[in-house]
Design a protein around this ligand. Structure first.
Ligand code: ATP
Length: 422
């Protein structure tokens, strides 16, 4: 019979990663039955406040003989109890088991957990309805992600290979040869992507926390992801390697909305007009967007670095499509930009004083007439409109790789503009 297993909320900023528990279990459960496909790493709503890092949950599906099912479940519970960072006050692990086919209501619940906010109560109700077994540790908030990971449709997917390190190394800097990462990127980009930041010349495949992940290689071709890993020079022991199928880089989280329908924690695409000149505060750049239903604040935050320049080039009246997560910033609902598409730009016109028609000298404004600074010639104040070049193109701009959400599709990948076409 098919046994689906979902796990979430096992880590803290000080350690662990749900994908590690998933990788350990994928191997150990294989003695009870046949894995159906790869394990799944499902990213859920990136805007919800309880996440540790990327709001990732894990699901595994095995074809298991009925007589082994209880033993398999015991093993999952044991491993979560053993490996989860249970003592951290914000870690509230949850496990879900579902036997047989995946009901449509669970699919819908997953999509809700991807795009909106859901409660533990909703997760409990769903589990009753579909007869899924749930195991809660402490608050057990992890059952939300555990159930959502099982039910996620994963029609579009990419891959991530994760390599894990020895526990005694977890406080040390990750030891992966930098040059080998750049070489790997040269050979495999864009089949594997976000390996390096080419402008800052930094390595992106190694995270920075105390978790067990040594590195992660993201890609659209599973063969090439594996090959890319083989080419790296790694100078510390790798204890486990696992390839995951994932909804990362799919843009699945984004939903078209009108301004009036936008809610906290949504992930939206909105078309509208720039309603204000940009302003800056604390290195963040803001502007106001307006459609026929209302106005909303849009932000390019400091970590998006040079991307902020595109926002600075917008002027009132420009028609744009913006994509991003909705959070409260200083008490105001704000779209946190992931992508910006200036669709129609209004002409940028500057009014300049003419030269003196008599001597070619510079004219000075004197109330409603102009006076030549050189010969004193006076004339009515008629300014000349000058059309200035707009230094923006009608194309999609994206934030740099290190500021990108896991779910956001990098522009280099095929179909990255699909969500922007209605
Ligand atoms: P990592 O990426 O390292 O696995 P994380 O960022 O996934 O860490 P978690 O520790 O898993 O963080 O915490 C996320 C918590 O939020 C989980 O308990 C999960 O069940 C819950 N959650 C996920 N999606 C939603 C949602 N849409 N609404 C409410 N809660 C959610």
């Amino acid at each position: 019979m098919l046994l689906h297993i979902g796990i979430d909320d096992t880590d803290s900023p000080n350690g662990m990663c749900t994908t590690y528990i998933g990788a350990v279990l994928y191997r150990e459960l294989s003695k009870f039955g046949e894995p159906i496909d790869l394990p799944r790493l499902i990213r859920l709503n990136p805007n919800i406040p309880y996440k540790t890092r990327g709001n990732g949950a894990v699901a595994l599906t095995f074809d298991i003989l009925e007589e082994y099912v209880d033993e398999a479940k015991e093993l999952v519970i044991e491993k979560v109890r053993e490996l989860a960072e249970i003592n951290d006050e914000n870690t509230n692990p949850g496990i879900a088991f579902l036997e047989g086919d995946i009901p449509e209501v669970l699919r819908r619940f997953s999509i809700k957990a991807l795009r909106e906010h859901v409660t533990i109560k909703e997760a409990e109700e769903i589990s009753k309805k579909i007869k899924a077994e749930i195991i809660k540790f402490k608050l057990g908030r992890g059952i939300i992600g555990a159930l959502a990971a099982i039910g996620y449709p994963l029609d579009k997917y990419t891959y991530e290979l994760l390599a894990y390190r020895k526990p005694e190394n977890r406080k040390k800097e990750r030891n992966v040869d930098r040059e080998s990462v750049f070489k790997m990127d040269e050979r495999f980009y864009p089949f594997t992507y976000d390996n390096v930041d080419p402008y800052k010349r930094t390595v992106l495949i190694t995270p920075h926390g105390r978790d067990p992940v040594l590195l992660g290689i993201r890609g659209i071709d599973r063969g090439k992801v594996l090959q890319a890993f083989e080419e790296l020079i790694i100078k510390e022991e790798v204890t486990l390697v696992q390839l995951y199928k994932t909804n990362q880089s799919t843009d699945d989280h984004l939903v078209w909305k009108k301004v009036k329908d936008i809610r906290l924690y949504d992930n939206v695409i909105v078309r509208g007009k720039v309603a204000s000149k940009y302003w800056e505060k604390g290195r963040h750049v803001f502007f106001e967007l307006e459609d026929e239903t209302g106005k909303i604040r849009v932000a390019a935050f400091e970590p998006t670095k040079k991307f902020r320049n595109y926002v600075r080039k917008l002027i009132p009246g420009d028609e744009v499509i913006v994509a991003g997560g909705v959070k409260e910033h200083e008490g105001v609902l704000t779209i946190n930009l992931e992508k910006l598409y200036p669709v129609k730009l209004v002409p940028k016109v500057e009014y300049r004083k003419p030269k003196c028609p008599k001597c070619g000298g510079t004219m000075k404004s004197k109330g409603d007439y102009l006076k030549c600074k050189r010969c004193g010639y006076k004339m009515p104040k008629i300014l000349i409109p000058i059309k200035l070049p707009r230094d923006l193109k009608p194309k999609i701009y994206e934030v740099p790789p290190d500021a990108r959400k896991h779910l956001a599709r990098p522009l280099v990948l095929f179909g990255s503009e699909e969500k922007f076409v209605r």
